[in-house]
Design a protein around this ligand. Structure first.
Ligand code: UDP
Ligand code: MG
Length: 310
């Protein structure tokens, strides 16, 4: 029996890139030894002709092109999960459709798994050429922070682009959490992993759908789902201000004893009240974010809703 590689491709408003992607990856088939390819495209609630594009591809190649179309935009994380659930291959790859993930890495990944015995071969970008400097700055900051405060290692510039064995995919599928942060999940499961490196490149067509705000929220999710350090910070802030207030109280008592005195200190009182209020609200916010995530988790809603599947 021939073996199969499933390629999971999340698409959000990608009508221009899909045909280019399909062509580029198909050209690789001769280099994939005797593996056949299965495409699982996920239409993540696109508002352009992405779905039409996928329907046509499927009509022409009903054997090896499949798609799942969501009822609305559920985000790339949900799309990846749907793809992993649908994939039937012995090996499974995750790949962006905009060709920013170089397809020519795929044969190298395959060799990493078949010849070198890795379970996961991922990729990381060694530079961020062509990316807005402000975005690079915050990304780098995020990875630094994340690897300090989370329980799983975070490697600078790691992409979702990777090839995994069936064992790995099944482990990921067992993590059915609602708040998904793939970069964390991929690391959390472990397994022998190798990273190939490549230089950043621009997308072939279309535009990135990640606004600064979307990326910011994504990084907050990453932190909250893979670290308890913010909760520690909240407790520490509480402890610190409490200690400070004791010191201040001692100071006031001493002043009263040694200097006697009048009723003053109005300004310092107001400052303390406002300052403490700020600290309390900040800590409440942190705790609230965690509780919010618990709330979403216990509601146990599906991660996505399928409109059409072929
Ligand atoms: N994507 C998706 N859902 C979204 C946003 C993006 O499925 O809500 C897909 C998109 O079609 C692409 C991949 O995720 O295949 C990466 O997105 P993009 O190229 O916009 O991100 P960037 O490369 O700029 O990080
Ligand atoms: Mg991209």
């Amino acid at each position: 029996m021939t073996k199969k590689i499933s390629i999971i491709v999340p698409c959000f408003n990608e009508q221009e890139t899909i045909p280019l992607f399909y062509q580029a990856v198909n050209a690789l088939i001769p280099q994939l030894r005797d593996y056949t390819l299965e495409y699982i495209f996920i239409d993540d609630g696109s508002s352009d002709n992405t779905l039409l594009e996928l329907q046509n591809l499927n009509k022409d190649n009903p054997q090896n092109v499949h798609f799942v179309s969501f009822s609305r935009n559920f985000g790339k994380e949900a799309a990846l999960y749907a793809g992993l659930q649908t994939a039937t291959g012995d090996l499974v790859a995750v790949m962006d459709v905009d060709l920013q993930d170089p397809p020519e890495q795929l044969p190298l990944m395959l060799s990493g798994i078949l010849d070198e015995g890795y379970e996961i071969v991922g990729t990381r970008r060694v530079n961020r050429k062509g990316e807005p400097p402000i975005r690079s700055f915050f990304s780098i900051l995020f990875y630094k922070l994340m690897s300090k405060i989370s329980d799983v290692p975070m490697i600078q510039g790691v992409r979702d682009y990777r090839l995994m064995t069936r064992k790995v995919v099944d482990s990921i599928l067992e993590m059915s959490e609602y708040n998904r942060f793939s970069k964390g999940i991929f690391n959390w499961i472990g397994f022998k992993t190798k990273y190939l490196e490549y230089e950043n490149r621009d997308r072939v067509a279309g535009n990135t759908s990640w606004s600064f705000w979307k990326l910011f929220r994504y990084s907050i999710e990453g932190i909250v789902n893979f670290s308890e350090v913010p909760l520690l910070i909240a407790s520490f802030a509480g402890f610190f201000t409490f200690a400070l207030s004791i010191l201040f109280m001692l100071f006031i008592i001493a002043r009263k004893i040694f200097y006697g005195g009048s009723v003053n200190g109005w300004a310092s009182l107001v400052t303390i009240i406002v300052g403490l209020g700020g600290v309390q609200l900040f800590c409440l916010g942190i705790v609230g974010k965690y509780i919010g995530n618990i709330y979403l988790e216990v509601k146990n809603r599906p991660l996505y809703i399928v409109k059409e599947k072929k």
